[in-house]
Ligand binder design. Structure first.
Ligand code: ZN
Length: 569
């Protein structure tokens, strides 16, 4: 009996325990846990509450579970992960550990570290570092506007895409994999850009100048060079997308080179398609110099490698370039008509069938920068009588002035403008119809200047550089026209007084070295004043020069869009 009772009580206790256990298990809440594999972490997410704290349990491989952190909310990022390891996680509510999730297990495969893709004539080769734990790799390709496409699965750490087309950009994704598990993703965008079309290869003074056509989306260009006939291309330089030319100053004179260009945008690059340009480099003779002894000019230069002989060219005034001499020597002499003759020289090297680039130009300057000078300027002409009277006076005294002519008057009095050119005077732009530039439309401003430029060029042979705005009102024209604007430092008010004596006395009182003097060649009184003031200025030691000559002699750097008032150094 005692034995049965004992057995009974054991049975009852068990029953009670089962009842109690089932009661507890009824109160337990299942918490859903999800694991996500990221590039450098595993992210845990569960349906928890922001107000509650949770213990995070983790197990590596077949080890033991341990709490790695306690956090509030419903998300945890575990960065302490190693590629190729298997991790298990579960979470438990702080304060009531019976509220917990199931175990979740994940194999962590890091994202493959991509190497620079190689773009070739036949396709694109992707390369990456092996991911620990991965058995093979899955590769996808996406091009803009097209659905991602699975290209394949490989156990190599390289993949060759032979279906990539020229002129397209592709985004490739690569993931490590083991069985059904795939790891974190790596992305790389790469493409085969179109090759830049080569435009020209010209000899420049310092080397060879290569130019090409723009490639849409290119961020920079790589220039490749080789000695003509050799097999090895070498990179000669890099320029950004804003430039479409490259001057190879490292090219050696006397040597023939070939060039081609690659366009680059990010990882995308164009490939050599067999088209190149070749030319012999023949540099301009270095250290070109001019020495003057009275009327005798001696030019000299240094030897250019690869040159057989040299051609010296000469230009008189605004005339055309003419060949002065061909010589094997490194020097050449010339005799001037007079010491102030306006002549310019340049020289180039010549080899068999090859003409080198010209050197810089040297001038027999008519201006002595060490002596004082002024620039007389005459506006609003030409005038059939008074302009010629002023030109007579200038010619008589070997002096020059600057004429700011009005375009609408040029055709009728073109003989004045022709003569201004012949006498070495400067012919400059004073608009076509003498409208105020700051008031008229932008389109009209450009029209006014361009029409007048063409007429000046036609009759004087000069390409006008300087502008004077009617009434001195430049306004928006400064930004619109890349031209220097010339104001004045001495205002004779000749148009107002119409008195030669007032003009003469005003100039005598105010003139100084570097003055720009404002007059108008429409008036007889101004022509008369010129007959007095020109010889007087010369007697005072002033050289009468053009505005451009004065600014150059004074070392003033003339820039477009700026206003100049004088030539004070
Ligand atoms: Zn004017």
């Amino acid at each position: 009996m005692k034995g049965r009772l004992k057995l009974m009580s054991v049975f009852l206790l068990i029953c009670l325990g089962v009842v109690m256990l089932s009661g507890v298990s009824g109160a337990q809440e299942k918490t859903e846990l999800q694991l996500k594999i990221k590039a450098d972490s595993i992210v845990l997410q569960w349906n928890g509450s922001k107000k509650e704290s949770y213990h995070i349990y983790k197990r590596t491989g077949k080890g033991k579970f341990a709490v790695i952190d306690t956090v509030k909310g419903k998300k945890y990022t575990d960065t302490d992960v190693k590629s190729g390891e298997t991790y298990s996680y579960c979470i438990k509510l702080k304060g009531n550990k019976k509220i917990k999730s199931e175990h979740k297990e994940a194999l962590y495969l890091a994202s493959p570290v991509m190497k620079k893709p190689a773009v070739s004539g036949s396709g694109i080769t992707l390369k990456w570092k092996g991911v620990p734990g991965a058995e093979d790799y899955v590769i996808y390709r996406r091009e803009s506007g097209v659905k991602a496409k699975r290209l394949g699965r490989t156990d190599n750490t390289t993949f060759f895409d032979n279906t990539a087309q020229t002129g397209k950009n592709y985004t490739y994704t690569v993931k490590g994999a083991k069985g059904k598990t795939v790891g974190a993703v790596s992305k790389v965008t790469v493409g085969r850009l179109s090759s830049p079309a080569l435009h020209s290869l010209k000899r420049s003074a310092d080397g060879l100048l290569l130019s090409w056509d723009r490639v849409e989306t290119a961020e920079e260009y790589l220039i490749y060079r080789k000695k003509y006939g050799s097999a090895k291309w070498k990179k000669a330089g890099t320029v950004d997308a804003s430039q479409l030319s490259f001057e190879d100053k490292k090219a050696a004179s006397g040597v023939k080179y070939s060039y081609f260009v690659k366009a680059v945008s990010g990882n995308s690059i164009s490939v050599y398609e067999g088209k190149n340009l070749s030319a012999v480099c023949l540099k301009a003779p270095a250290d070109f110099s001019l020495k003057k002894d009275g009327k005798k000019i001696t030019l000299s230069w240094k030897k250019t490698e690869g040159a057989e002989k040299y051609q010296v060219y000469k230009k008189t005034g605004n005339g055309k370039w003419k060949k002065l001499r061909e010589t094997k020597k490194l020097t050449c002499t010339d005799t001037l008509k007079n010491t102030k003759a306006r002549v310019t020289y340049k020289v180039r090297a010549v080899a068999v069938k090859t003409k080198g680039a010209f050197s810089l130009e040297l001038k027999n300057s008519r201006v002595d920068p060490s002596k004082p000078m002024v620039a007389l300027t005459y506006d609003d002409g030409p005038h059939p009588v008074n302009t010629h009277r002023i030109l007579d006076t200038l010619e008589k005294h070997g002096a020059r002035a600057t004429f700011f002519v009005v375009g609408s008057r040029i055709s009728e009095y073109s003989d004045c403008v022709e003569r201004q050119g012949k006498l070495g005077c400067e012919v400059a732009n004073h608009s076509f119809s003498h409208d105020t530039l700051s008031v008229i439309s932008e389109k009209k401003v450009i029209e006014e200047i361009e029409k007048t430029d063409a007429l000046i060029k036609k009759y004087s042979g000069q390409t006008p550089v300087l502008c004077r705005a009617p009434g001195g009102s430049v306004g928006k024209a400064a930004k619109l026209l890349d031209r220097p604007f010339i104001h004045w430092s001495v205002d004779t008010l000749d148009w107002q007084s119409r008195s030669s004596s007032k003009v003469v006395s005003h100039i005598k009182k105010t003139v100084r070295d570097g003055s720009i003097i404002l007059m108008h060649d429409l008036y007889g009184s101004t022509a008369e004043a010129s007959e007095i003031i020109i010889p007087w200025l010369i007697s005072q030691g002033y050289q009468l020069v053009t505005v451009s000559e004065m600014l150059e002699a004074k070392g003033i750097n003339v820039e477009g869009g700026k206003i100049y008032y004088n030539g004070y150094a």
